[in-house]
Design a protein around this ligand. Structure first.
Ligand code: ADP
Ligand code: MG
Length: 503
C-alpha cells in the first residue's frame, strides 16, 4: 500500500473518531475515504456482504458492491452531494429491496422502483431483494408451455417456452426492440405479466416504447424499468436485477412473467464504468473479470418452477447489440453461452426488406420445441430445413444454370415462404391466424401466385376465414392441434379461397 493511501485512510479515520467517538463500539461502521460519481470508497464495515445496504451520516442509502481487503466500494443510491470524505457509514444488515407486484403494472419506474411517470406513489407493501439466488435444479421443471410471440417466424421456427432464456442479438437498428415490443403486445389476454427493462437507451427511445405499449393497450399488464443513458451508470447496472426481482414476484407466486433486458451490452458498459471508478483491474476488452458472472447470475434467475413450487415461470429475453455482426466479441459470446438459444438478426436481411430480419440458419431455440404449440409445430416442422435448402439453391440459381423441376419447385416455394414470414410491426398474430397462414404456405397454395401477391393473399385469407367457416379459428385457438378434422376444414377453406383470389 502506498504511503499516500495509508495517510489518507488514517486521517479519514481520525476525523471520524473525533466526531463519533461515543457510539463507535456497537455497530459495524466504516469511514468514507473517497467519493466520486456516485461511488464511495469506504474503510471498515467489517463483515459487510456484497449487495448489503449501508447508510451514510445524512441518511443517504448505499449498496456495498466491491469487497476489497482494505476497503469496500459502495454505490450511492441517493443524492451524494452531502457525502464527504471522513463521514461515517453504517451497515443496515439487510439487502436492497424494491417494490414489486401489481402496484407496478402500468408504471414507468427507475432501477429502485421509484416512479418516473408522475402517476403517483408506488406501494411498498410488497418488496423483494434486488439480488436473489436462482431456483435450484430440483425446484425447476422442464420448459413445456409456449410463450407465443405472435411473430410467425419465431413461433414457427425458434419457439420460446415459459421459463426459457432466449437471446435476441444483432446490430443496431435492425428490429430487435420491435420484436420484443410485439411479444409484449401479444401477451394481452394471457396470464403473463411483462417487465421491459430499458438500459442505456436514449430517453426518447424509452418514451416511444411506452407510447407504443400504451397505444396497444399493453401497459395494463406491463412495467417499464427505465435506466436511460442519462441515468447514473450505477442505476444502469442495477436495472436488470430490479426487473428480475419484479418478475420473480410472479414466478414464486405461481404466476407467469416475461422480463426483457434491452440491452445487456449497455449494462456491461455501465458495469465497466462502475468498476473503473471502483479501481478494479480491467480484463479482456477492459471489462472487469467477473462480467460473465454479472450476466449469468441474472439470467439463471429465469425458470419454470416445479409443480411443488407452484408451477410459476419467468421467461427472460435479453438483448445484445453487436458491432457489425461481431458475435464473437467478449460480451456476446458470454451471453450466447448462458442462454437457451438465440434469435439472430441480420442487417443484410433487414436492408433487403426481410423483416423481421431473422437469420434462420443461425437462430436456435434449445428448449422451446418442447413447448411449441401443437398445430404450429406440425405445420412449421419442416420450415427451417426447407428455408435452409432454399438459401443454398437461391445462391447457385443466381448463376443462371438450368434448374430441374424439383429444384425449381423448391425455389418457388422458398421464395413464397420467405415472403409469407415477413411481418409488420404491431401486428402479432394469434395461433389460429398463424396456423391458417402456415397451412396455406406449406401446402403450396401460394406457389401459383406471384411473389408480389403474397402479402395481400395473407390479409385477404385471414379476412375470408371467419366468413367461410365461422367456428374454425375459435376452435383452433381453443385447442391448437392439427387433428384430421381440422386439417380437412383448413383444406376446404383454402380450396375455396384460392378460387376467388385474384393475383
Ligand atoms: N417488422 C418490421 N417491419 C417494419 N419496420 C420495422 C420492423 N421491425 C423494425 N422496424 C423498424 O426498424 C427500425 C429499427 O427497429 P428497432 O426495433 O428500434 O431496432 P433495434 O432495437 O435493433 O435498434 C425502427 O424504425 C422500426 O420501426
Ligand atoms: Mg433497440
Amino acid at each position: 500500500m502506498s504511503k499516500l493511501r495509508s495517510d489518507e485512510i488514517a486521517s479519514a479515520l481520525q476525523q471520524a473518531l473525533d466526531r463519533h467517538s461515543d457510539n463507535l463500539q456497537l455497530e459495524s461502521i466504516g469511514t468514507v475515504i473517497q467519493v466520486r460519481d456516485g461511488i464511495a470508497e469506504v474503510y471498515g464495515l467489517d463483515g459487510v456482504s456484497a449487495g448489503e445496504m449501508v447508510e451514510f451520516e445524512g441518511g443517504e442509502r448505499g449498496l456495498a458492491l466491491n469487497l476489497n481487503e482494505e476497503s469496500v466500494g459502495v454505490i450511492i443510491l441517493d443524492n451524494f452531494e452531502g457525502i464527504k470524505e471522513g463521514g461515517v457509514v453504517k451497515r443496515l444488515n439487510r439487502q436492497l429491496e424494491i417494490p414489486v407486484g401489481n402496484t407496478l403494472l402500468g408504471r414507468v419506474v427507475d432501477a429502485l422502483g421509484r416512479p418516473l411517470d408522475g402517476k403517483g406513489e408506488i406501494s411498498k407493501e410488497q418488496t423483494r431483494p434486488i439480488e436473489f439466488v436462482a431456483p435450484r435444479v430440483l425446484e425447476r421443471k422442464g420448459v413445456h408451455e409456449p410463450l407465443q410471440t405472435g411473430i410467425k417466424a419465431i413461433d414457427a421456427m425458434v419457439p420460446i417456452g415459459r421459463g426459457q432464456r432466449e437471446l435476441v442479438i444483432g446490430d443496431r437498428q435492425i428490429g430487435k426492440t420491435a420484436i420484443l415490443i410485439d411479444t409484449i403486445i401479444n401477451q394481452k389476454d394471457t396470464d403473463v405479466h411483462c417487465i421491459y427493462v430499458a438500459i442505456g437507451q436514449k430517453g426518447s427511445a424509452v418514451k416511444e416504447v411506452v407510447e407504443a405499449l400504451e397505444a396497444h393497450d399493453a401497459m395494463s399488464y406491463t412495467t417499464v424499468v427505465s435506466a436511460p443513458a442519462s441515468a447514473p451508470a450505477t442505476l444502469q447496472f442495477l436495472a436488470p436485477y430490479a426487473g428480475a426481482a419484479m418478475g420473480e414476484h410472479y414466478m414464486f407466486g405461481g404466476e407467469h412473467s416475461l422480463v426483457i433486458y434491452d440491452d445487456l451490452s449497455k449494462q456491461a458498459n455501465a458495469y465497466r464504468e462502475v468498476s473503473l471508478l471502483l479501481r478494479r483491474p480491467p480484463g479482456r476488452e477492459a471489462f472487469p473479470g467477473d462480467v460473465f458472472y454479472l450476466h449469468s447470475r441474472l439470467l439463471e434467475r429465469a425458470a419454470k418452477m416445479s409443480d411443488e413450487k407452484g408451477a410459476g415461470s419467468m421467461t427472460a429475453l435479453p438483448v445484445i447489440e453487436t458491432l457489425e455482426g461481431n458475435e464473437t466479441a467478449y460480451i456476446p459470446t458470454n451471453v450466447i453461452s448462458i442462454t437457451d438459444g438465440q434469435i439472430f438478426l441480420f442487417p443484410g436481411l433487414f436492408n433487403s426488406g426481410i423483416k423481421p430480419a431473422i437469420n434462420v440458419g443461425l437462430s436456435v431455440s434449445r428448449v422451446g420445441g418442447n413447448a411449441q404449440t401443437g398445430i404450429i409445430k406440425k405445420l412449421g416442422g419442416n420450415l427451417r430445413l426447407e428455408l435452409a435448402q432454399f438459401r443454398e439453391i437461391e445462391a447457385f440459381a443466381k448463376f443462371g444454370s438450368d434448374l430441374d423441376a424439383r429444384t425449381q419447385a423448391r425455389l418457388t416455394r422458398g421464395q413464397r415462404m420467405v415472403e409469407l414470414l415477413k411481418q409488420g410491426q404491431f401486428a402479432p398474430l394469434s395461433v389460429s391466424h398463424q396456423a391458417v397462414v402456415l397451412y396455406a404456405g406449406t401446402n403450396g397454395y401460394l406457389d401459383s401466385f406471384p411473389i408480389a401477391s403474397v402479402g395481400r393473399f395473407e390479409r385477404e385469407l385471414l379476412a375470408f376465414a371467419p366468413t367461410f367457416d365461422a367456428d374454425l379459428l375459435p376452435t383452433i385457438q381453443k385447442e391448437p392441434k392439427l387433428t384430421e378434422e381440422i386439417g380437412e376444414r383448413l383444406k376446404k377453406l383454402l380450396d375455396a379461397f384460392v378460387k376467388g383470389f385474384e393475383a
